[in-house]
Design a protein around this ligand. Structure first.
Ligand code: ADP
Ligand code: ZN
Ligand code: MG
Length: 476
């Protein structure tokens, strides 16, 4: 039997507001436990929540970016359950009337683009954190995170492979980062992804029973966990078993998913409208105001990069995956850089050096103009493309200008024909056997000669002139 996978994702994104969802406590990652709290977010009796308008704006902004319908009227509900990190005994969330519905995101896998529909985006509050490490046979509760605004984005079951699922998360992450509503940090948990997955025989309309997978804190783990879970489900079915609807935890160490608890149903939560909060009304004027703040999104920018700068798709993909990278590129082009040359240096040396240090482009001191100046030195023939790598690395590390680096390190390219000719003469004299073999037809030796000459001239000889003289002398 051939099976296909059906996947729907639920993504939680912590919003980048200054304060919490229903109180004025600041949001700070890594603060001393229980220092960012007040009677509201630790659930004291008799206190009342007050909505954070910015958080609502951020959800609307996200909804607009992915073409959702923004609800003119929505409401908060209480989702009741007991857990030590939830001091009120209920989470304020949205249930039957979410802020956004519909919309979708286009994803491209192996060259083909598909639209993944969105069911809804709603706003809720995050819970605190239970800490089990370093507590002996006790556990601690840290409520700093309790009450942080959390946006939940639910996809339709439109995703058909682990690769598509990872691509969807990547795309969504790029969007929320572009519009500045979430930092998208999966390791620190500001973007978390739960995956619902089932399998069905190819050709069957009805969905199979799904499981929900949690605890995947990177794109790679989303893909790996789903690959594992799909195989597991197919094996169970092929052995005549049934899939149990349950929540499973991804264990990245073991590379498997393990049963955590049986699936709870909506009625288990006894949802009801929160009587402490007024309904949220969004009028057209507010939507217009938020629309005006929207920036160009990754897809549109990618398309524009291809047409406006004649870049290959691969370049456009990489350069637009982060807003700061796209901005850096456009500044370089504005200062006179050739788009493809700028792109090559950014995707090559620049990314390599950034990756080595685990840095983002906006954390680097290197300015777009510095790269453009260096490209001009290559064009003028002052430095060779090879030497430019040394210059680039030095600029990157010290922040010095290209010209200064070239002067200080004596990297000016040697284009003096007589000088180069003399060195070539010496090399050929020293290697009579190779010269003979070359003349007998072993043309691969050209590389050997160029290598020897460049070594003798510390890489500074103008390669075009070297090639020209060498060919003449070897009589080829
Ligand atoms: P639940 O009742 O478990 O909350 P929902 O219908 O609300 O389920 O869907 C939650 C998520 O699971 C959504 O992302 C949805 O697309 C996805 N989903 C629903 N049914 C299936 C299925 N049979 N297989 C895979 N994913 C599914
Ligand atoms: Zn508080
Ligand atoms: Mg549901």
């Amino acid at each position: 039997m051939q099976y296909e996978a059906v996947i729907g994702l639920e993504i939680h994104a912590q919003l980048l507001t200054e304060s919490k969802m229903f109180c004025g406590c600041p949001i700070k990652f890594g603060a001393e436990p229980n220092t960012q709290t007040c009677p509201v977010c630790i659930g004291m009796p008799g206190v009342l929540p007050v909505m954070n308008k910015k958080a609502i704006e951020y959800v609307i902004k996200t909804g607009l970016a992915v073409n959702c319908k923004i609800a003119p009227y929505s409401r908060f509900a209480r989702k009741n359950y007991f857990y030590p990190d939830l001091p009120k005994g209920y989470q304020i969330s949205q249930y039957e009337l979410p802020l956004c519905e519909g919309g979708g995101i286009g994803i491209t896998v192996n060259g083909s683009t598909r639209k993944i529909g969105l069911t809804r985006i709603h706003l809720e509050e995050d819970a605190g954190k239970n800490i089990h490490e370093g507590a002996g046979n006790h556990s601690f509760v840290d409520l700093n995170r309790a009450g942080t605004p959390l946006m939940e984005i639910v996809s339709e079951p439109d995703i058909r492979s682990p690769q598509e699922a990872a691509e969807f998360v990547k795309k969504l992450r790029a969007i929320v980062r572009y519009i500045g509503v979430c930092d998208g940090n999966m390791e620190q948990g500001s973007l978390r992804c739960d995956a619902n997955v089932s399998v069905r025989p190819i050709g069957q309309k009805e969905f199979g029973t799904k499981t929900e997978i949690k605890n995947m804190n990177s794109f790679r783990f989303v893909e790996k966990a789903l690959e594992y879970e799909i195989k597991r489900q197919i094996k169970v079915l092929n052995e005549g078993g049934r899939i149990i609807q349950e929540t499973r935890l991804w264990d990245s160490g073991k590379g498997i998913t393990e049963s955590m608890r049986s699936k709870e149903e909506a009625h288990d939560y006894r949802y009801f409208p929160d009587p402490d909060l007024v309904p949220v009304e969004v009028d057209d004027a507010w939507i217009e105001q938020i629309t005006a703040q929207l920036v160009e999104l990754p897809d549109a920018r990618r398309q524009r990069f291809i047409t406006q700068y004649s870049l290959p798709e691969q370049d456009a993909d990489l350069l637009t995956s982060e807003r700061s990278t796209a901005e850096w590129f456009e500044q370089a082009v504005k200062s006179g850089g050739d788009p493809k040359a700028v792109s090559n240096w950014m995707m090559g040396e620049f990314m390599r050096l950034l990756n080595e240090e685990g840095k983002q482009i906006d954390e680097s001191a290197l300015k777009p103009k510095q790269l453009v100046d260096m490209l001009a030195l290559i064009d003028k023939g002052t430095i060779s493309g090879k030497i430019a790598k040394t210059v680039f690395e030095e600029m990157y590390k010290t922040g010095k200008e290209a010209e200064a680096v070239v002067k200080e390190k004596g990297l000016v390219q040697i284009s003096d024909t007589a000088g180069i000719e003399a060195v070539i003469g010496e090399i050929l004299d020293k290697n009579p056997n190779e010269v003979e073999r070359f003349r007998a037809g072993d043309e691969k030796l050209m590389g050997f000669f160029v290598g020897q000459i460049m070594k003798a001239m510390k890489g500074k000889a103008n390669p075009a002139i070297v090639n020209e003289i060498l060919k003449k002398k070897l009589g080829s």
